[in-house]
Structure formats: C-alpha cells, structure tokens
Design a protein. Structure first.
Lengths: 100, 275
C-alpha cells in the first residue's frame, strides 16, 4: 500500500506542465520514480478513476487528474460511484462516499 | 493602521467553472453579494488584501505540511488548475514582499507560521479574486490553514492565527483588508458533490455573526465530518476571520445553497469599528 506515492505523483502532475508532457510521452519512465503497487500502477495507467477513489486518493488531487485524463464533471462523479460498486467502500482518507 | 475590512466568502471551483449549469436566479444573487463585497473593500481603500485560504494541494503536500503559511513574494501565479476547467484565465497577481515580511515577522510572535516565497494560487484564492479584485490591481497576500491533510490545524489555533494576523495588520502603516475563503458543509470531489447541510450551515453562521468564540470552537473534527463533510473542515478560515475581528459581530449578505457549485454560497462581513 503506497497511497502516499500515488497522491504525490498526481499532485506533481497537477502542478507541473513539464511532468505532464513527460507522462503523456513516457508514462513508464515517470512511474518508475515512485513506489507503487501493481494495482496502483494499473489504476493510474488506465486510468481507473473509480479505483483511485476507492484506494483513498484525496478528492482535491484526484479531481484534477480525472480532468487531465478527459473526464467531464458528470463522468468523473459517475466513475467514483462505479468504483465503489466494483471495488467496495473507500479504503482510506477523508473523501468517502456517504449515504444520504 | 487598524484592519480596514474583514469578511468571508465561498470559493468552490464550480462558482466559475460550472456557472452556466446553475440556476441563474440563485447564481446571480450570489454574484451580486460578491460584487457588494468588492465595493465594500474598494470603499475602504486597502493597500493590500490578505486572503486566508484552505488550499487543496497546490503548494503544500504531505511531505512537509505547514499548519499555517503566509506568502512572501513580489507576485504570484494562478490559477494552477486548467483554465477552462475553472473558467478563469492564468495570470500574474501582484503581491507585496516587504509587507508580507513585516506581517510574518509579527505573526511569528504568537503563531509558528511558515512563509513561502513561491505560491501558485488554486481556486481557493482565484475564485474570490475573480469577483473581489477583478482588475488584479490590489496587492494580495495569501495565507493558508491546513484544512485538507490530517492531522488538521486545531480550531482554537485557527482562531489564534486570526488574532495574530489582526495584531500584525494593526501594527503596520498599510491599510489591510482580510478575507477568509472556504466552504461550510460540503462534500466536494466525492460522489456526494452537491450535498449541503443547510441547517448545520445556518447554525454555524449564527455562531460566526455573533462571534462567540466558545461556540465556534466547540466542534470536534468527527462531528464536522459527520455533519459538514470533509469540506466542512474549511470552517477554520471563517474562524480565523472571527478571531481577527473578535471585538465585532458579523452580517451575512448571502447564504444560498447551489448544488452544482457543491456548497452553500456565502458572503459575510464583520462590522469592524461598529462596536
């Protein structure tokens, strides 16, 4: 479990246009710089926004990664719901789904 | 000079980024209140605007998270987010390094604040500036309270930070306006985005306008998370402004839940000098 490094990568992608360019061209070279599990690598590469949400990535970080990967607002919200349906409740952090 | 203005407003990215999807009557009423705040700030002729924000991992991360920070640069950049996503174009925002240094030096007598000579503004500052200083001709000094990466800054320390900022502002010759920006209850960036606990918000705003310190500080984080969501942790920015204006009471100029903006849209001011 290396949620910290998942969030660190996405935080740096959100901040740094040059890293975004490198990531678009050579994702594996960028990903090699972070301690990530196979599940996390897969979720970042696909991207599986729903799984990243369930893993516990802070919403304020994930929201921008989803936009960067082309998720329109409603599609992003739906991807998180689908993630919970497929992978179960959010496992860490403070952005869990709550029941109304 | 004594602090010339103290207020609070919402900063959710949907306010500009999803503007066309909101009920126009509700949205425009909120925009009018923000413009009233712009007019009130301009009327007191500030030399600088201190914005107490709750940033969202634009500058500070869990590798080195300050409980408090103040910007100390000659200028800043923003927004860090995609311009189209936020609906605000990227620009340079003027700061005032010398004034920041004097404020930081004074605040440090009371609160251990970090300083930052680089700061990229996210929506938490850019959305308020879009309405409050639309010509970007007023020096801005950003301040931050950790409302995002637990362990969070305790509420009583946020209040103390506001008091320290007030003492610092009062001690410099410049005329300073202070705006705290954050949400009350909200569940942003979750599938619950759009959920708003209006009763909880209104109760909080009553405590804020009465400026009752004990009532404002009585929330536990567990209660806030349950009733106000993780976005509710941003009450720290409102509490800091209450601390900065502890002799005053406040007025709410707008409170309107707008679900597509994911927050109860709020504009409030403290009546400085009215006591």
């Amino acid at each position: 479990m290396s949620l910290y490094y998942v969030q660190k990568l996405l935080y740096q992608l959100n901040r740094d246009p040059e890293l975004r360019r490198r990531f678009a061209g050579e994702p594996d070279a960028v990903l090699a710089g972070y301690e990530l599990t196979a599940e996390e690598l897969d979720a970042i590469r696909k991207p599986d926004i729903g799984l990243l949400y369930v893993l516990g990535v802070n919403g304020q970080i994930l929201m921008h990664y989803a936009a960067m990967r082309g998720f329109e607002w409603n599609a992003y919200l739906e991807a998180m719901r689908e993630g919970v349906r497929r992978h179960g409740p959010v496992r860490a952090g403070i952005y869990a789904l709550v029941e109304d | 000079m004594p602090l010339v203005f103290a207020g609070v407003c919402s900063h959710a990215p949907g306010i500009t980024g999803r503007a066309e999807r909101a009920d126009p009557v509700l949205r425009d009423g909120f925009y009018v209140a923000l413009d009233r705040m712009r007019g009130a700030i301009e009327a007191v002729r500030p030399d600088a605007l201190v914005v107490v924000a709750a940033e969202h991992f634009a500058n500070f991360f869990m590798n080195n998270m300050p409980a408090f920070a103040i910007g100390m640069a000659e200028h800043y950049e923003g927004p860090i987010e995609d311009e189209k996503w936020l609906g605000i174009s990227r620009r340079r925002i003027p700061g005032n390094r010398g004034l920041s240094e004097r404020l930081v030096s004074r605040v440090l007598h009371e609160v251990d604040v970090a300083y930052a000579e680089e700061w990229m503004f996210d929506h938490g500052i850019m959305v308020p500036l879009h309405f409050l200083t639309p010509r970007y001709d007023l020096a801005v000094i950003p301040a931050n309270i950790n409302c995002q990466g637990p362990p969070l800054t305790p509420l009583h320390r946020a209040h103390a930070f506001g008091r320290a900022l007030r003492h610092a502002c009062d001690a410099v010759p410049e005329r300073i306006a202070l705006v705290g920006t954050g949400g009350i209850s909200h569940w942003p960036a979750t599938p619950n985005s759009g959920k708003i606990n209006e009763a909880w918000d209104r109760d909080f705003l009553e405590r804020w306008t009465a400026n009752r310190r004990e009532a404002l500080l009585s929330y536990t984080d567990a209660e806030t998370y349950r009733d106000g969501g993780q976005g509710g942790f941003e009450i720290r920015t409102f509490i800091a402004v209450a601390g900065a204006a502890e002799e005053a009471t406040g007025e709410i100029w707008c409170y309107t839940p707008i679900p597509i903006f994911a927050v109860g849209c709020t504009v409030g001011v403290m009546k400085l000098g009215a006591a």
